[in-house]
Design a protein around this ligand. Structure first.
Ligand code: HAM
Length: 415
């Protein structure tokens, strides 16, 4: 038997209903906030991610699925959606004419991580990116939108972790203080963090190794190094959240695993996920558009992991609907009649099915139940003789004789 590759999933119809519910909810909520859909390629030139995410990030340094095309150019399956959105935004310059652009996307991402519960190599994100505003209102708006989405899919136990990592100016002094702090503790740091100390000091705060986590508790805080603008921006974001009753926890060491962020960073986390506790995350990235060759354009966005959301609503029931009708037939002539009714009902927009080869009423009724059909339409010898059909409501158990010509109207009453 050929098996699937590690860290990828097959999604069968029994999971699709919830999957579609999450996607549909995301689309509805994002539309309320005036975000418009974009569909971007699944692969990009590797440079998009190397330049966008930062060479020293875990994603770029060890988690990308990279390969050469036939012309020897390096391509990568997208590990995330922000850098491709920025690439597309800059490449399709016409969007720059609008002052604010709001995009959302949905689709698979690829990271060569060690697979475990909630951590896949092919996973799916819904995400949104807003270009053209440095106003703290929009930091609030993105967080409020994720909060609406989280509640609408039925997640109740979660926390919003919030931080600001300031701008490059305030970070300069902070990073030298952070280096100083960690340099004296080099022998306790893990191997990766010893490298981070020279290459990417801020990322020291992102290490999940126990010994490094303990050191983090006493590390200097970026907020003590904020300039006036960063301080005011963060204060406003917090005020807007408070004014709108969106609770959050300030997490002064939250830096996130990607290099493009500045100012606001946030994560939506739930203890129910275990180790991989973030189901949505994002932040501001005011210099990324420029780094891709565009005009200076402040930006903010987020992405949520569909599989992690599905884990969180695993035991919740969602409004579930089966097909409209299942046709039950008794003989060759009834089979022909069933085919004609199937075709009429399908052309009128009803979801209908039957089993052409079964003649037993009992087994056909069982199949109607399995399909969660609202109605069973029964065609037996009596019905063939009188030109009518027996329509049974499978929820209430009531049944009625309905003339064939009245069937569409009869079923339409429920629409
Ligand atoms: P991220 O934190 O790397 O951010 O990913 C966002 C979400 O994707 C995570 O919170 C998680 O739910 C999900 N996720 C990430 N990796 C995996 C995985 N291996 N398996 C399953 N789910 C996963 C970004 O991707 C940024 N582009 C977010 C952003 C948008 N920032 C600004 N704009």
């Amino acid at each position: 038997m050929i098996q699937k590759a590690p860290g990828v999933e097959d999604i069968f119809p029994d999971k699709i209903e919830k999957w579609n519910f999450v996607q549909k909810t995301a689309r509805e909520i994002f539309a309320r906030y005036n975000f418009k859909e974009i569909i971007l390629p699944i692969m990009e030139y590797t440079e998009v991610f190397a330049r966008g995410l930062g060479d020293e990030t875990d994603i770029v340094s060890k988690e990308m699925f990279t390969f050469e095309d036939r012309g020897g150019r390096s391509l990568t399956l997208r590990p995330e959606g922000t850098a491709p959105t920025v690439r597309a935004f800059v490449e399709n310059g016409e969007f720059n004419r609008l002052s604010i652009n709001k995009f959302f996307y949905s689709g698979p991402m690829f990271r060569a991580e060690r697979p475990q519960r909630g951590r896949l190599r092919q996973f799916n994100q819904v995400g949104a990116e807003l270009f053209g505003s440095s106003d703290p209102y929009h930091d609030f708006e993105i967080i409020a939108m994720i909060n609406d989405f989280t509640r609408s899919v039925g997640i109740e136990k979660y926390k919003i972790l919030l931080n600001s990592i300031g701008c490059s100016n305030c970070r300069k002094e902070y990073i030298s203080k952070l280096k100083e702090y960690y340099q004296s503790k080099q022998d306790v740091l893990c191997q990766d963090c010893n490298k981070r100390l020279t290459n990417n000091t801020l990322r020291l705060l992102d290490c999940k190794q126990k010994s490094c986590l303990e050191l983090k508790n006493n590390a200097p805080l970026i907020r003590d190094f904020f300039d006036e603008e960063c301080s005011e921006h963060f204060t406003k974001v917090k005020q807007y959240l408070q004014a709108n009753n969106i609770p959050f926890t300030e997490e002064p060491h939250l830096v996130r695993g990607l290099d493009y962020y500045n100012k606001t960073t946030f994560e939506f986390v739930s203890e129910d996920l275990g180790g991989q506790n973030a189901f949505a995350a994002g932040g501001r990235y005011d210099s990324l558009v420029e780094r891709f060759g565009g005009n200076p354009t402040p930006a903010i966005g987020f992405a949520a992991g569909i599989e992690r959301i599905l884990l969180l609503i695993e035991n919740k029931s969602i409004p579930s609907k089966g097909i409209d009708a299942y046709i039950i037939h008794s003989c060759e002539e009834a089979f022909k009649e069933a085919m004609s009714i199937l075709s009429t009902l399908r052309s009128k927009g009803f979801s209908v099915d039957f089993d052409p080869s079964s003649k037993s009423f009992k087994s056909q009724f069982k199949k109607a139940d399995r399909e969660k059909a609202s109605y069973a339409i029964i065609i037996g010898e009596d019905e063939l003789r009188t030109g009518s059909l027996t329509v049974k409501n499978l929820t209430s158990g009531e049944q009625e004789l309905v003339l064939k010509n009245d069937l569409v109207d009869y079923l339409s009453r429920d629409r």
